[in-house]
Structures are given as C-alpha cells and as structure tokens.
Design a protein around this ligand. Sequence first.
Ligand code: ADP
Ligand code: ADP
Length: 229
Amino acid sequence: ENLIEAQQITKRYASTTVLSDVDLHIRRGECLVLVGPSGAGKSTALRCLAGLEKLDAGSVVFQGETFVTPTGTRRHLGGAIGMVFQQFNLFPHLSVIENVVLAPRRVRRLPLPEARAKAEQLLDLVGLANRRDYYPHELSGGQQQRVAIARALAMEPTLMLFDEPTSSLDPEHTREVLRVMKQVVDLGMTVAVVTHEMSFARQSADRVVFMDDGRVLEEAPTERFFADP
Ligand code: ADP
Ligand code: ADP
C-alpha cells in the first residue's frame, strides 16, 4: 500500500526542467533511498513530496487524497510529514530541548509536561539526553543533526524525509547520524532518504530509486539494485 505517490510530476525553474514526468511512490513502512548524481533532481523530488514546491504538472497523493497540484498545496497535514535537511536549521536562540518541544506545543497544542516528556524520550533515542540544555552553537554538526531528527520525530509524523542529512558532516559525525537514521527505520517508520551513503542504502533501504537528469531511471529492491549485472 502506498503512503504517498508522486504522479507524473514536472517541476521547472525558469526555463530549466528539473523533474520531468516523475512517478515516485513510498509504501507504508518501507525505507526508500534516492540516489543519483548531483543535480539529478533528488532534493527537488523530496521537497515536492513534502508539499514544499509548487508543481508545474502532476500531483502528489498522500494517504489516498490529493495533497499537491499545480494550483498549490491543498491539504494541511498538521505535521504528518517530517523533514530533515542538509543544513540543520535549528533555532539558534533556543536550547536543545526547547527546539524539540516547540512544534508539538505550538502546532499540536500539547501541554508542556507532555511535550517535555516526549522530547526527553526522543533526545534519549538520538543519544543527546545529556545535552538537552545546550544551545545549537555548543554542539557539533552531527549532534545538531540528531537534534533536528528528534525535533522532526516530535511531531509524530507518518512519513520522514531526509534530504542529504550527512553531506555537510565529517565521517565520524556521519556515522553517528546514520546510526540514528537506522534506528528510525528499525522503528518501522516510513522513510525516504536522499543520500550518497551507499552503505546506508545497502543496510537500511528496502528499495532504491536511481535518478538522473530529472527522471527516474531505475527502481529496484535493494538487493537487486546492488546485485552485479
Ligand atoms: P540533487 O538533489 O539531485 O542534487 P536538486 O534537486 O538539488 O538535485 O537540483 C536539481 C536541479 O535543479 C539543479 O540543476 C539545481 O541547480 C536546480 N535547482 C534546485 N533548486 C533550484 C531553485 N530554487 N532555483 C533554480 N534552480 C534550482
Ligand atoms: P542540494 O543539491 O544539496 O539540495 P544545493 O546547494 O543545490 O543543495 O541547493 C541549496 C539551496 O539552493 C536549495 O534550497 C535549492 O533549492 C537552492 N538552489 C539550488 N540551485 C539553485 C539555483 N540554480 N538557483 C537558485 N536556487 C538554487
């Protein structure tokens, strides 16, 4: 069963076509990894799925309902899609725990004790319970990214999208973040990841999609994708 489907989506920036007639689906409970050369349109595809881009053609269907069309983003999903970006985008003036508590408080109107309890549990999951009162600038890039993951999870999303979450990190911090992402996958969440980390794809993906030049060129179960020709 597909949780989300991009149907024949086309996306242009000025005269450049970045996505041409792309069909892409994510099944409930799976981990999909998107690979391909830089500029292929992977990040744009992920942002289209999240409803963050206006489409030139096609649509995105989420849980059986039309979510995005060329006229705009139709439904407000209330945090059902969580996204983690290459840049961590934490609020610099808020502590770690405040970063994680903010959205559940403001958007989901969760009472503070509940929101804090949830945040502490998630900080524990990402291995940062002991940094909860630090500020983002006091953390390494890898730690900041793990806070960003906890912050996204705090909204209890149905779908988690990761857009090159480790590409600004050194190898050690990359490993830390990939470990946390693997935990998220192992929780059974529906996940899509744009990454160049093939070891993560081999280990955690159920399916791999290869994009180039704004098109999906190959789509296969992980084992078959990496099998020798
Ligand atoms: P990938 O994630 O595969 O590296 P992107 O989706 O980031 O590819 O980008 C695909 C193409 O779209 C690139 O040529 C990029 O320069 C272009 N692009 C991405 N975002 C914008 C934008 N906001 N304005 C103009 N061009 C963009
Ligand atoms: P990535 O490919 O890793 O997603 P980029 O460095 O290509 O990141 O893009 C970073 C940001 O700049 C994104 O928000 C993207 O939409 C935007 N961007 C990328 N290419 C262009 C472009 N040619 N013109 C305007 N904005 C762009």
